[in-house]
Write a protein that binds this ligand. Structure first.
Ligand SMILES: [Zn+2]
Ligand SMILES: [Zn+2]
Length: 95
């Protein structure tokens, strides 16, 4: 895949960040590795989770809101954002 930061080079380096209890990871090229580590949570999700503005069809909460607060709006959010929240749900279930 192409590096989501520069959109030029091949993404070969794994970046792993922890925002609260939420483990997030993505792939970037070697040159963008330090940039990926200096992103704040919002910036990180903007780069690696494209559909940040996606909203839950039941409660209207956006993925952005959930990631900012780490609180889902309703149980259906887990279904709606199953892909995006999988790392979060996995980390919650392992505790
Ligand atoms: Zn890059
Ligand atoms: Zn919801």
């Amino acid at each position: 895949m192409i590096c989501p930061v520069c959109h030029k080079r091949e993404a070969t380096e794994e970046v792993v960040r922890y925002f609260g209890a939420f483990k997030s990871q993505g792939l970037v090229c070697h040159e963008c590795l330090s940039a990926a580590y200096s992103l704040d949570a919002n910036g990180f999700y903007n780069v690696f989770y494209a559909n940040l503005q996606k909203t839950c069809r039941r409660c209207g909460r956006s993925l952005n809101d959930i990631l900012n607060t780490m609180i889902v709006g309703c149980p259906y959010c887990y279904t709606e954002f199953s892909e995006e929240l999988k790392p979060l749900i996995d980390s919650l279930q392992s505790e």
